[in-house]
Design a protein around this ligand. Sequence first.
Ligand code: NAP
Length: 532
Amino acid sequence: MKLEGLSILGQTRVTTAGKPNAAINPATGAVIGPDFFWATTADVDAAAQFAAKAFVEFSRWPGRRREGFLKRIAELLEADAAAIVERANQETGLPVARLQGELARTYVQMRQYGEAAASGLCAGARIDHADPNRKPQPKPDLRSMMVPLGPVVVFSASNFPLAYSVAGGDTASALAAGCPVIVKPHQGHLGTSELVALVVQQAVRDCGAPEGIFSMLYGAGREVGIALVKHPLVKAVGFTGSRAGGRALMDAAAARPEPIPVYAEMGSINPVFMLSGALNHKAEELAAGLHGSVTLGVGQFCTNPGLIFVERAAAAKSFLQKLENLTASTPPGTMLTADLCSAYRAGVEKFSKATGVHRAVTVDAEAGEGKAQAGAALFVTDAVTFLGNHSLMDEVFGPSTLVVECSSREQMLAAAKKLEGQLTATIHGTPEDFAASRELIETLANKAGRLVCNAFPTGVEVCHAMTHGGPYPATSDGRSTSVGTRAIERFVRPVCFQNFPDAALPDELKESNPLGIWRLVDGKLARAATPS
Ligand code: NAP
């Protein structure tokens, strides 16, 4: 596939002539061709109009047909895997093996969300039959289902150039729900975005889908991105990135004459609680596991553990010593972009200067030709300092972590109560530790979307039960997840039909269940036709 550096509008290319923009290899700083051109606000309007038109037909597609479309995207991604991975490797500095794994996750996600559409999980059909004899009032026939919201704008993530980008989790969720998608790609992987967008464009053709169901517009977030969010035909937004970026989109969406939901996944420092029993049992093993999690992918995971609470224990010192040794011997790594690396360096510098914070290790790294080389860092403080300095909860995106030494379980609990909303919270403990930590567990369940026991938070399984979300500021809406089939629920809304004749109902709600989907009929899950 030949890259042209042009936005995609349905089956056509946007040929706007403007200032060219470059894709950069973060390892070398070299420009990788071709030139990329930003879309205009006229292109934004065209994409939104096109998507709204396509929505009329696409929203009528039964789940099984949507599944076929998502599966076709997966097949085509698999067929072009080598070229996509090669380009992503050049643009992000992520190793080939990691990108191959991420691409495999991308097709698994497409297929899984497709299956959720076909099985009826997305439709969430519920039927409560009428009871004309009920006293004192007869009960009406009530049938409800989830219907798609309309065109969705997806802002790609920088740190998952495949699985949370152009054909990533947000796009898969929106398409599975029956919503057209307009992607605002991340500037960190412009060519990868084009390759993947061409695959989706091909799948649209192959499946005879209305062409406006997918467009991708290159541009700056503050211009093209905000114009998309403000467009009256856009009905929801998916985003992964910084708190400042997510907040800007939330504010723009809320200020519209018709406010729309923004599902923004933003920063999280993913606290880990090391309880005394676990420390005394396997201090060095815990240090090695933690170090692996903190430095995985040069620390560029939203589930990276940035804050570690260590309970007073005989083995706490050897835990810390091992963590220091491992951190000190970590080779520097290439970050996704020079900008992310300079933000990381600024964060490390800020923590280095914080009163009461001890810089245990910082691995020196020359910024290198691409200005994106980062070294690992480990900071240590005590719970009193942590409790007195809110800025120690700021995310430092990269391979850095802050250890907080706690003199008692009560102090640990006080620190847990002070935390902001998180994607994850992790506890390491023995059965005795857990038995004595009920309040800590309850506190963390109120703070985080996923609680991890005796493992590490990096590594997010794509499955039905996953929650990758959490109260603000981890996300804009703690009632949602951006990973797993429940992510589809972000882009649908319930509609109830009261006393409708069967022939006038959508197929999902007809008595004979012609689609053979799962439904909640008079309170019981059923897949068969409802008994007449
Ligand atoms: P970002 O700066 O938030 O950018 C993400 C996307 O949002 C880009 O497309 C960007 O457009 C757009 N955007 C940013 N600010 C905007 C604004 N005010 N108005 C409209 N659009 C806006 O995120 P990033 O580039 O991926 O990384 C920056 C920081 O985000 C990192 O240092 C890290 O702290 C955090 N981050 C967090 C996660 C996570 O999973 N929690 C993941 C990645 C990054 P442009 O193309 O104009 O830049």
